[in-house]
Each structure stands twice: as structure tokens, then as C-alpha cells.
Design a protein around this ligand. Sequence first.
Ligand SMILES: C[S@@+](CC[C@H](N)C(=O)[O-])C[C@H]1O[C@@H](n2cnc3c(N)ncnc32)[C@H](O)[C@@H]1O
Length: 216
Amino acid sequence: MTAMGSARRVTTTSAGFPPGFFDRVDEGDDATFYAPPRLVTHIDDDAIAAVGALYEELGVNGEVLDLMSSWVSHFRVRPHRLVVLGMNASELEANQMAEERIVHDLNADPRIPMPDESVDDAVCCVSVDYLTAPIEVFRNVARVLRPDGRFVVTFSNRLFPTKAIRGWLYASDDDHCSIVAEYFAQSRVFATATVSRRAPTDHRGDPLYAVWATRL
Ligand SMILES: C[S@@+](CC[C@H](N)C(=O)[O-])C[C@H]1O[C@@H](n2cnc3c(N)ncnc32)[C@H](O)[C@@H]1O
């Protein structure tokens, strides 16, 4: 990844974002872009460790959905049951913590193909910037969460620039935190989000930010 619509694309219902905010340089089918398996890590080891530490600190260890997942889910300890959803079947197959794997394009259909109230918590690591209809997806995450379930979103400053939404490309790290907090607020199904920088300010590697909230 770099540091710093398809025909089936869903139009977001979110308000207050400028025109073009959810456009992307590459509006081609996400399935085409994500067809080659990328068995790599997208952030450095310290940032990955910060993700695992956050999950442990929050006690995300029950039945968990890892949204926009790949071959690693960054938990220090395997959760009780992990469902992974992403675009590439080979990557998900290689995820050794996963018990269930779902290949699904959230930009083509923001509805998560899982029953209501079927997981305790959900996580999404370094991927929220690729969602073109994030409010609908966040509402769907709330639907599959059990009462008091948390949705933990983490991100850094690295991305696939052609697939990230324009609004994210032109925003600062602080803006990114505000954008994700706004997704939670506009979904109207989560309590007020907590925003946290998880790596020290003088950290020389990839920064790591977290925004999470509890289902109402
Ligand atoms: C940068 S990778 C991050 C993977 C993993 N979460 C991690 O921490 O390493 C972005 C992930 O988002 C997923 N993704 C991108 N667009 C998606 C979409 N439209 N629907 C579902 N997943 C998507 C891809 O499958 C890919 O694994």
C-alpha cells in the first residue's frame, strides 16, 4: 500500500459530506482489484501490535466479526469464534484464526450476510477508507452485533490510493478520526464514539488510530 464506481456501486445516504467525498480514482469493480491475493501486512509490526493490544484491552475475545479482513486479524489470542469477511477467498482461507469465511463486496451490497445479533463484537482494521456507503455498513454492523457489542475501527496513514474514497485522501490523520466518529454518529445506532491514538506521537513507524463505539 502507499503511505499517506463500479456500475453496482451503492450510493451512501450520509449527509454533510461534500459532493465527491465518496468517489474514488478507480471506480472499477472491487472484485477485480482484490482478485490477486495479497498475503502481506499493511502496517508495520508496532502498529499491528497496537491493534492486538487494543483488542485485548477492550476484551474483544468472544464471537467476533473481522470486517474487510484478510489473512491476519491481529488478535494476540484467538477469539472464541472469529468470522472474517473480505474480498479475497484465498486470503481469508489463509487466516488461521478464522472459523467462518465470507467473501462479500460491501460496496456492491452493504448488507452483511449474517443473522441479526450473531456476534459479540466487530472489528475493522486499515480498511474503513475503502467504503463508499459507510453509514449503511455501520448500520449493518450494529444489526449483527448483540446488545452492548462494540465496533472497533483502526487505521493508519497507508492505503491503496486508487481505491480509497477521495474524502479520506485529502484529510489529515485527525480528520480521519473525525470522519469515522461521524460515520458512527450518522448511523444513529451507536453510542458516542471513543477516539484514541494508540501509538506514541514520537513513534517513527506507522501511526495507529482507533475509533470505537457500542451498539445502542
Ligand atoms: C488494506 S487491506 C486490510 C486487510 C486486513 N483488515 C488487515 O488488517 O490486514 C483492505 C481489505 O479490505 C477488504 N475490502 C476492500 N474493499 C472491500 C469491499 N468493497 N467489501 C469488502 N471488503 C473489502 C479487502 O478484502 C482487503 O482485505
